[in-house]
Design a protein around this ligand. Structure first.
Ligand SMILES: [Zn+2]
Length: 58
């Protein structure tokens, strides 16, 4: 597995002013399908959290 990005295709760029995300120079950009799968997973998690928040009753 890549040491720079750990297989995520994204590296964190930290300087004195900000933290940024940039494409891993070793692996190149993340494949579209992988990116979409990751976004879908993220969306699912957000929905789960929202459902939990709603069931608690704000
Ligand atoms: Zn990498």
């Amino acid at each position: 597995m890549c040491n720079l990005c750990g297989g995520t295709h994204v590296v964190h760029e930290i300087n004195s002013f900000s933290i940024g995300f940039t494409t891993c120079p070793e692996c190149g950009p993340e494949p579209k399908e992988q990116f979409r799968a990751r976004m879908d997973e993220l969306q699912r998690r957000i929905e789960i959290v929202e459902t939990q928040l709603e069931s608690k009753g704000a």
